[in-house]
Design a protein around this ligand. Sequence first.
Ligand code: SAH
Length: 345
Amino acid sequence: MNFLLDLTFDELDEIVKNAGEAAYRTAQIYSWIAKGAKYSQMSNVPSALKDKLAAEYGDEPIKIIKTLRSSADGTEKFLYSLYDGNVIEGVLMRYKYGNTLCVSTQVGCRMNCAFCASGLDGLVRNLSSGEILGQIVAVNALHGGNTVTNVVLMGSGEPLDNYDNTVKFLQNVSDARGLNISKRNVSLSTCGLCDKIRRLCDEGYTPTLTISLHAPTDEIRKKIMPVAISYKVSEVIEAAKYYFSVTGRRVIFEYSLIDGVNDSFECADRLARLVKGFSCHINLIALNDVRERGLGGTPRQKVNAFKVRLERAGASVTLRRSMGADIEGACGQLRRKHIKAGEET
Ligand code: SAH
């Protein structure tokens, strides 16, 4: 099934021109689409053109079916349904500088990281670019205007395993004639598919790049991230350096601290050595416990000590707050709860 939101400006322009309509119609329709308007709401577009489009393209790729709001920090969690009955989830985090929406790129995931709920049932399917974009559009439509100012591709799925649709999404989300979210405000998080990282910057797509490292050695990384069998830690670092050298954008490494797995001082020292002399940043977070996986987060004090150890070695480090813990904030948890509830009824 195809949706208007799947189209780039140029693709829509082609359709409009082939329909014998004036070129200015493209900009009109494209801006309606970015606002989440249905055909019936596109008041300044001729019916004949709308009918032609509607024969091939749906106007609502995704619907919010549930919203949970954290009483602690205002974080909101959304459950969305797709046209084929699949469900995905997203989180809106409110910060002083703006609102960040965490967006999914696949239903499920095939990377199978040991600590992540998204990969528990494997990959169901890729999301189209319109379904990725639709998550932002749906939240803006719910709250009005341009609620979403920042986007992180950190929901379920591995964005670079859905490369073509992710790239098309990146094009559309920053298009000034549509959603107009600057690429500086878009972060792409990857488990480290090194060839795709290089391809991304060779092709000129340069969102803020976040790499889920989670371990400083191949031995530990292989235990928690199957992708480490294909790419060595040294290759991941090389790819990050390449991204920086081409784009001049600082790469962020995610490091989730897992109790007794990757949180020793030796790990901190190795991590510091890995990034020494490289202009990058490390984001630490204590793992959100995922019951199904039997792994727990590192206790608070030890997390702080790990951070200090890195800083003393000269690394640039931030400790991230875990937000929305009371609303199943971690990756894939709400979706699993929803699916399980469905199975039980
Ligand atoms: N596939 C991409 C993006 C999705 S996950 C990636 O691997 O980067 C977004 C981030 O959350 C990743 O850094 C991931 O490793 C991390 N993550 C997954 N499950 C987690 C958990 N239970 N606790 C803390 N971080 C988790």
